[in-house]
Design a protein around this ligand. Structure first.
Ligand SMILES: [Fe+2]
Ligand SMILES: [Fe+2]
Length: 164
C-alpha cells in the first residue's frame, strides 16, 4: 500500500504516526467503510490530525493525541459483523482497538486510556485532556463524514491511498 500526502501536511505530524501508517495490519482499515463514504483508515487519520493540531494549540501532549487518535478505531473487522454474546458495538470496539494497538505497538497507558474512552458518554469518562480532545474530534469527524463535508486531511488530494 502506498500513501501519498500533499506537501502542506506537517512533517512533524507525519513523523509521529509514520510507524503506524506503515503497519500492514493497520493498513487493513482501508477495507472498512465508516460513516457512509469514508474508510476507517481515513476517519482515523483525520481524527489523529485534528487531535494533534488541537493538542498543539492547547499545549497538550501532541504525541499522545496523534497516536491514540490514529489508533482509536483499530479494529480489523466490519462493525456489522456479529459480536460475542452480550456485547454492544459502541462499548466493545474501543476495547478491541486498545488490545489490537498494544499487540502491534508500544503503547503508553495514557494512549491506551484515550482509546478506551473515545466513545464517551458510551463507555468510560476520558481521564486526560488529550483523551477529551480525541473523543471530541471523533464526534466532529463522524458528523462531517455523515454530512459528506470534507475537512482537514479528507479534503481532495491531501491524502491519496493506493491499496494495490
Ligand atoms: Fe470508535
Ligand atoms: Fe472513530
Amino acid at each position: 500500500m502506498e500513501i501519498t500526502v500533499s506537501d502542506d501536511i506537517s512533517a512533524e505530524f507525519l513523523g509521529l504516526v509514520q510507524t503506524i501508517l506503515e503497519d500492514e495490519e493497520f493498513c487493513k482499515l482501508t477495507r472498512y467503510r465508516q460513516h457512509y463514504q469514508t474508510t476507517r483508515f481515513m476517519h482515523s487519520l483525520n481524527v489523529s490530525y485534528l487531535s494533534w493540531r488541537t493538542a498543539k494549540k492547547l499545549g497538550l501532549e501532541e504525541r499522545v493525541a496523534a497516536r491514540a487518535g490514529l489508533l482509536h478505531d483499530f479494529c480489523v473487522y466490519d462493525f456489522k459483523d456479529k459480536l460475542p454474546k452480550g456485547q454492544i458495538q459502541a462499548f466493545y470496539h474501543p476495547k478491541v482497538a486498545a488490545k489490537t494497538s498494544e499487540e502491534r505497538f508500544p503503547l503508553y497507558e495514557k494512549e491506551r486510556q484515550a482509546i478506551l474512552s473515545h466513545m464517551f458518554p458510551l463507555g468510560p469518562v476520558p481521564r486526560s485532556r488529550e483523551a477529551w480532545v480525541i473523543s471530541c474530534m471523533d464526534k466532529f469527524c463522524a458528523c462531517t463524514e455523515f454530512l459528506q463535508v470534507r475537512v482537514a486531511l479528507a479534503r481532495r488530494n491531501r491524502v491519496m491511498v493506493d491499496c494495490a
